[in-house]
Design a protein around this ligand. Sequence first.
Ligand SMILES: [Zn+2]
Length: 104
Amino acid sequence: MVKLHRPSIKMAKPLGIKAKTVSDSRITGTKLQKRRFNVWTKDPHCAVCRRLVAYPSGFELDHITPLYLGGKDTEENCQILCVEYTIEGKRGCHYEKTIKDLKA
Ligand SMILES: [Zn+2]
C-alpha cells in the first residue's frame, strides 16, 4: 500500500533552533529541503491552481511523472502543489493529485 501521509513537514520547531542533532543530520532530508527551495524559487505557484504558496509549509513537492511510472527523482521532475486544509473544505492540489495518481 502507498501511504498518503508523508511526515516530511516537521519544521515548526519552537524557537527555530538550528542546532545539529543526530536526528536532523539525514542527508536525504537536507537534499529534499534544498530541492523544495530551488523549485519554489523558480516559480512559487501551485502547478495546478496557480495559487501563490508559502515556503516552506504551503506546498508539497510532487513528481510530475510519478516514480512508479518511471519518473525520475530529480528537481526537473518536481512541481509545486499547494496544500490547503481550510478553504471550502478542500484538501489542496497535492492531495487531489495523489488520489488521482493512485487511481490511475
Ligand atoms: Zn493548488
